[in-house]
Structure formats: C-alpha cells, structure tokens
Design a binder for this molecule. Structure first.
Ligand SMILES: [Ca+2]
Length: 357
C-alpha cells in the first residue's frame, strides 16, 4: 500500500514537472484580470487615489489627456497610477552614464577585448549550451519560419539576460515614468514606451505595478522595450498570450524582430579583413565600396557574397586593430542595440555556444 502511495506521488510530481516546466512567469502569475475599470487592472492597494498628493506636473497631465483621447483610458484612474509611481534618481544617473560619448582615439587599448570578455567566457558558454539544448526544437522552428539562425537568437538572449538569469528587478512603471517625466534628453521616447507599456498591461489584464524589468523598462528574456512588444512580439508557443518572460515566446519574438528589420536567411554577417585602414571612419552605419576599401589597403579574408557596399568595422584588440566588412545582417543586429561592440558580441557569443555544443 505504501509503495502504491509513493508511486502515485512520484507520478503526480513528474506530471507537475512536465506541465509548465518550473515556476510561473510573472505574466502568468498576474495576468488575465477582466474586471478592468477605466484602463488597466489595478489591485486593491493600487486603486485608491492618494489623499495628500501634490498636483501632477503639466507633462503628466498632458500624457494623461493623450491616453484618454487616443486609447480611452479613464483620467482619474491614470492619475491614481501616476501618483503612485516613484521617481528613481539612480535610473537617471545610469542613463547619463550611458549617453553617447564622442571621439575615439587611434591608439588601441583593448576596448573590444574587455567588452567581449564580459560575455564569451568558459563559465558562460555551458549555460548557453544548456539553453540551446533545452529549446533546440523552438530555435529550429524559428529558423524555419523566420530565417534567423539559432546562434543569433542564442547570442541575443545570452548578451541581454544570460539566458534568463538576469531579467531586471526594477518596477517597469517606475523606470518608464521616471524617464518619461524627469529625463528631458529622451522624454519623448520614454513617454511613448510608457504608453505602449500601459496598453500591454490593459490587453493582458495585468496590474502595471506587478511587472519588473531593466532600469530602462526592458522586459523578459530578450529585454524587449514595450514598443518592441507591441510591434514585434509574438505568441510562439500558441497559448493565446504573448509573454516575454516565457522563453519560447521570447525566441519567436526575437526572430520576428530580426525578420522585420530585414534579416536575410543564410547570408553572412561580417567578414574579417586583411590589412589596416586607420584613416577611414568606421562604424556600422558607414558605407564604402569594396574598391575604395581595396585602395585603402583592405582585402576580405573570405567571400563577400557579391556585396558591393559594406560598412567598415574596427575592433580594438589591445595591441592593434582588426577591421571587418559589415554586411546587411550585421546592420540588422545593431537594430536591437545601436552598437558595433554589441552586435559583434551577440554574433560571436552565438557562434562560440554553437561550437561548444
Ligand atoms: Ca505564448
């Protein structure tokens, strides 16, 4: 009898493990409320207006008026929401640190090596291999449907969150409202993100105070901003919801994002060059003819697949520079994050994981 009970418990435990894998995603925990009054679903403790709060700023009132007019939100509810958001000064500090710096010297100091070594490490690669093995079926399906190979998706999710290990602990609504209303340099951009975030919460029936992400409001495995969610995220596991904290939806959404930005199936990303061209401007948005680069002293180390124009990329290897021909697929990776280092790290991390499998 006891043995039967133990067997039964084992079966139940196995069933629990196989259905839904491990724990629920934050979306699964909080979404699905249909008793929405006026805009987003709010839990009891978020429903009440603060009695002693100061009037909202002009910017906030303007934002609220837009949400009322454009999306039919309830003015008072949205006031209640914005009254409860916190201004995060440390977020503004971090954004300032990330602001683009101008000028680059012609003396190599190993900037690329330092950047790359944050991601491509003997410790990190096995985690990428585990993720790839676990979701190989979905990665192959994404490749088939969108033309984006597994190594690119594995590279993105690896650089963004260490394959789901670090998805951010900042309340997204706090991050976005701080940047929309207290960071003039990019307030327009973040007000749009806040708009898209509130719509996502309304559509999914989730209290906006229940979702956490990066300090800039990026969400889930692939760190999609809310606008990317609205425009490119998909329900890749076909459960009727788009959930960026679900690895399968994230895989499909990254693939769809790349396809929408012009990813070309089975085409190269970049080709390393022989030679040096220190006098030329470099970066993913530069444009040179192959002849011009040849005259400047560069030769591709492998086929450029017929491309006549490329960007010129320069990696600082410490004691010298390495030049690359950037092809259209390289540019597509920079649509995820506008940085040559970022795109190169995504691609090379993906290839390193592929090799380690
Ligand atoms: Ca889904």
């Amino acid at each position: 009898m006891q043995r039967i009970v133990i067997c039964l418990m084992m079966i139940l435990w196995l069933a629990a493990c196989s259905s839904g894998g491990s724990s629920k995603t934050p979306m699964q925990k909080h979404r699905g409320h249909s008793d929405v009054k006026g805009g987003v679903y709010l839990e009891k403790q978020h429903e009440q207006p603060k009695p002693d709060s100061a009037p909202l700023s002009v910017d906030k009132e303007k934002f609220i008026a837009m949400m009322v007019k454009k999306h039919g939100f309830n003015r008072q509810q949205l006031r209640t929401v914005l009254e409860q958001t916190n201004k995060l000064d440390w977020v503004i500090g971090l954004m300032d640190k990330q602001a683009p710096k101008s000028g680059s010297s012609n003396v190599p100091n190993g900037a690329w090596i330092r950047y790359k070594n944050k991601f491509i490490t003997p410790n990190n690669l096995p985690k990428g291999v585990d993720f790839w093995n676990k979701y190989d079926k979905d990665l192959q399906r994404a490749y088939k449907e969108y033309g984006v190979p597994p190594e690119i998706i594995v590279g993105i999710i690896g650089v963004e969150t260490g394959w789901g290990r670090v998805m951010g602990k900042t309340k997204i609504i706090d991050a976005l409202s701080t940047l929309a209303f207290h960071y003039p340099r990019r307030s327009q951009y973040f007000a749009k993100e806040l708009e898209d975030f509130l719509i996502m919460c309304r559509d999914e029936g989730v209290d906006p105070f229940d979702l956490n992400g990066s300090f800039a409001g990026a969400m889930g495995y692939g760190q999609f901003m809310p606008s990317a969610f609205r425009n490119h995220a998909i329900d890749f596991n076909h459960d009727g919801h788009i959930d960026l904290w679900d690895p399968v939806d994230a895989i499909g959404s990254v693939a769809n994002y790349f396809k929408s930005h012009g990813w070309q199936r089975n085409r190269k990303v970049a080709v390393v060059a022989d030679g040096q061209a220190l006098s030329l401007d470099t970066g993913f948005s530069t444009k040179y003819s192959i002849e011009h680069l040849a005259k400047s002293g560069l030769k591709p180390k492998s086929s450029l697949e017929g491309h006549k124009e490329v960007s010129l990329l320069r990696l600082d290897m410490g004691d010298s520079y390495q030049f690359w021909y950037g092809l259209p697929n390289f540019y597509v990776i920079t649509r995820y994050n506008h940085s040559t280092h970022y795109a190169m790290a995504v691609w090379q991390l993906g290839l390193a994981v592929k090799q380690a499998r």
